[in-house]
Design a protein around this ligand. Sequence first.
Ligand SMILES: Cc1cc2nc3c(=O)[nH]c(=O)nc-3n(C[C@H](O)[C@H](O)[C@H](O)COP(=O)(O)OP(=O)(O)OC[C@H]3O[C@@H](n4cnc5c(N)ncnc54)[C@H](O)[C@@H]3O)c2cc1C
Length: 192
Amino acid sequence: MSENPVQLLLEGVGRVSECIQTNLSRFFPRLDDPSPSQPRNKTPLLTLSTPNHPRKPAEFLNKGKSSGPTTKEELGRATWTFLHTLAAQYPDKPTRQQKKDVKELMEILSRMYPCKECADHFKEVIRANPVVAGSHDEFSQWLCYAHNVVNRSLGKVVFPCERVDARWGKLECEQRACDLQGTTMDFSNGAK
Ligand SMILES: Cc1cc2nc3c(=O)[nH]c(=O)nc-3n(C[C@H](O)[C@H](O)[C@H](O)COP(=O)(O)OP(=O)(O)OC[C@H]3O[C@@H](n4cnc5c(N)ncnc54)[C@H](O)[C@@H]3O)c2cc1C
């Protein structure tokens, strides 16, 4: 038992909390319990973090990320990961529909990206540099260029686009099951 008064207080509150939870859980079974009739693990609904109980509250809700609202930077990194991974898997010979979809996706992003100043800036970026998506190489290079325009405007280092395929490989997926299928015949009438 610790002699530190704050520690003692926390331990006391922790015990009261566990007692309340044990009693409450008799009235409110956990939704994820596969069989209410079987004995369940006693996982408290709420835990306090003390040196003796080092569980972090809400850890399970937010794996690997500090709690709190998503920042502009986190959103940006996640979105670039999505976009560059999409480009890495974009087929060498995309279908007409895939070329149309990828352009529309960029347009939608420039209207609906959940950071208004970023969306407005991206609108200008794609207006000045229309999407080029006739092949995997074209689209991944265009995206790298567009990302660099954003990088420059934020005073960040410009990425060497000849290394884009090394940085953003295809998604790891058994037997390439995640690859987007393209076409071996191009019916696009030269549309890029
Ligand atoms: C469409 C869009 C518009 C944005 N507009 C703004 C804005 O106006 N204002 C603002 O503050 N933030 C904006 N952001 C967020 C910003 O771009 C960054 O994502 C954020 O600042 C975090 O930057 P970061 O340094 O962690 O790396 P990020 O720029 O997020 O890049 C992630 C990783 O991608 C790699 N990378 C970097 N450049 C390239 C490239 N050219 N090609 C390929 N890979 C590359 C690097 O390995 C890097 O670590 C925007 C994000 C998006 C998706």
